[in-house]
Write a protein that binds this ligand. Structure first.
Ligand SMILES: Nc1nc2c(ncn2[C@@H]2O[C@H](COP(=O)(O)OP(=O)(O)O)[C@@H](O)[C@H]2O)c(=O)[nH]1
Ligand SMILES: [Mg+2]
Length: 239
């Protein structure tokens, strides 16, 4: 199974790739790692394929005399043309560029994502974003799923940074998003979009559990693994 790790900058993609990989290996699975982030300077896992062996953001900035954003766009053009190996492992974990939008909303993003066979995305939401902004973050994960056109599991990462009480509150919200309407007064001018948004989420969220995980402590990893299998079973792919 190929698993593309997605999420906004700093949501924990690289750390989750590393720690979930170790967890899978300890469970007896064969694991391979692919890094598609040309801009990172450190990766916490041993790559089987690293795009930085072809180019880096730094090298593009220097040779093409571009600023960071221009270089990022050029990097995505180049990434679309790189031959990325398909490993024959139980799990290949694919770490993606720090800046999600540069990957997902560039023309190369969907092309690359769909090039992998048996592919599932894991979208990380940083759980410390808080309850009020959870619907916006979840909506973003749906937009990325729609854009890339792949199956996707959404998870809340960094649950170790929440108190137990707050984590429970988030779980209740995810089980019943429109229950949160009670604190609408605090939302003020956003109330107009918050209500339809919560109702829309109520229709989509229960279709799939959203595990609370921690790339730091491995909390929720077993649930993430079973969700990955569930996603593949639902779409008829049991491998
Ligand atoms: N406490 C905590 N920190 C995390 C977790 N996952 C990632 N981090 C930290 O968040 C920062 C960004 O993580 P990184 O994996 O580089 O994010 P990326 O940009 O999405 O690849 C780093 O300092 C990580 O140590 C987590 O589950 N818990
Ligand atoms: Mg990273």
């Amino acid at each position: 199974m190929n698993v593309i790790i997605l999420g906004t900058a700093g949501s924990g993609k690289s750390l989750l790739t590393s720690e979930f990989g170790k967890f899978l290996a300890a469970e007896g699975y064969s694991v391979r790692y692919i890094n598609l982030d040309p801009g990172c300077t450190f990766i916490p896992y041993q790559c089987d394929f690293d795009v930085r062996s072809r180019f880096t953001l730094e090298s593009i900035m220097q040779t093409e005399r571009l600023g960071p954003n221009g270089a990022l766009l050029r990097a995505m053009d180049k990434l679309g043309r790189v031959r990325i190996p398909n490993f024959n492992a139980d799990f290949t974990l694919i770490d993606t560029p720090g800046q999600l939008e540069a990957f997902a909303f560039h023309k190369s993003g969907p092309k690359i994502a769909r090039r992998f066979s048996k592919v599932t995305g894991v979208f990380l939401i940083d759980a410390t974003i808080g309850l009020k902004d959870m619907p916006a973050a979840y909506l973003y994960s749906l937009a990325v799923k729609y854009r890339l056109g792949i199956d996707m599991v959404t998870v809340l990462n960094k649950v170790d940074l929440l108190t137990e009480v707050y984590a429970e509150k988030i779980k209740r919200f995810l089980a019943n998003p429109s229950s949160h309407k009670l604190s609408l007064k605090k939302i003020g001018v956003l109330a107009d979009i918050y209500v339809p948004l919560s109702e829309m989420l109520e229709r989509v969220v229960p279709a799939q559990r959203i595990p609370l995980v921690s790339a730091k402590t491995e909390a929720g990893f077993m649930e993430l693994l079973s969700l990955l299998y569930e996603v593949k079973c639902v779409c008829g792919d049991l491998t």
